[in-house]
Design a protein around this ligand. Sequence first.
Ligand code: NDP
Length: 464
Amino acid sequence: MRTSSPNDFDLFVIGGGSGGVRAARMAAARGARVALAESGALGGTCVNVGCIPKKLYSYAAGYAEAFEEAEGYGWHLAEAPTFNWRHLKAQRAKEIGRLNEVYLNLLNGPGVRVLRGHARFVDNAHTIEVNGERHTAQHVIVATGGRPFVPEFPGREHALVSDAMFDLEPFPKRLVVAGGGYIACEFASIFNGLGAQVTQLQRRAHVLTGFDEDLRHFVAAEMVKTGVDIRFNVQVSSIRRDGAELVLMLDRGQDLRADAVLFATGRVPNTEGLGLDAAGVQLDEKGAIRVDAQYRSSVPTVYALGDVSTRLQLTPVALAEAMVVVDALFPDPKRRAGPRQPPDYDFVPTAVFTHPNIATCGYTERAARVRFGDDKITVYCTEFKSLRHTLSGRSERTFMKLLVENDSDRVVGLHMVGADAGEIVQGFAVAMQAGATKAHFDRTIGIHPTSAEEFVTMREPSVG
Ligand code: NDP
């Protein structure tokens, strides 16, 4: 075994996903000697089997709705449009391949040494082995992300995880989706839009645990309108193959037949096989790396960010965390504002790309009442058919909700179900981060005619 000289690198990043690549390239750009190890494709879950391909497929699904709606606007499609799944997959693969190259160039540009292989700590918190070669580093960032979790049950081997959905062959005419979270709802919407008959099974009485209650009810009703068969309070007991079909037994005793079954039942951190024991890095009860407010693990020179640590599993959060660590380790003298501080986790905006989309920023109504006091919150809600659907023939409705903390008048929660919700809420998230009050919202002139203007024209609090 060859061991290179001590302190080969100022920073060694394990994992080439969103957070890892950001940290490595920014540190290298500031003159640090940086290595990054990745055993899979560069870009991690987000680029390869997550956000990016998911959004492309969501766009693909959206065309089915657009074709239907076009008739109401005077368009006549001479023939029924047909969908070519193989073409979509090939297009996606081409774009993801391009992004992999972009990521490699982002690392090569500032001089990051990219090591293609599995990395693990050996002996101590400064020595990392990749492909039989040992490297030493002053600081290490672990950014290895997470992977899908599937519970144990008979026939578990027949369950697919989200990674496998992008290249599925053939296209499943009947898809069962187990789970009610982000991934389950998004894939149920996507495959429904692309023409599959989708049944979604959620073990609780509602989808999207943790989101605002009104929003959860509203989006489920809208998804059902689009054709997703959502069933609540039900779980899969077993799956068996019967010829070309899969037969699912449900805990209520019924059975269901499907061509494919997706389990989107959460994700777990990738902390196995990294030698974290050797480094002395402690994990929490879920197997995630325990970090402090500055993303330091129990070993002060080892940091963890993104899905492998204990915070939110969202790409932009991993990017923000990466910048905090880089600023702390390799300060940018030109940055007048000083080192970046951790993001405000209470006001992280997020979207779920269901059809229609969900987006949200700040507290849910329940969390706001707990945090500020039950009688300290004023709720504003509106629900309407958007202008687009007056002619489209679609019965889709839009929902918006604002939560205002009475003492400060600050808008502490903003929730939306409707077209382009992610695009709309991103802008409002800036205002909320800046501490915008309801009075600021009221003084803001709407852009007419848009759905977004409803957020600045809600005058009367909701009753009950
Ligand atoms: P989530 O935690 O969002 O949802 C998991 C779902 O699986 C929940 O409905 C949960 O039920 C259910 N579940 C968990 N265990 C079981 C079980 N044993 N049997 C049956 N059902 C079970 O996880 P996802 O996998 O959907 O996504 C992981 C994370 O990835 C998200 O939390 C999000 O942070 C991120 N993500 C973000 C996206 C975005 O920004 N648009 C898109 C996709 C993922 P219950 O409700 O009862 O807990």
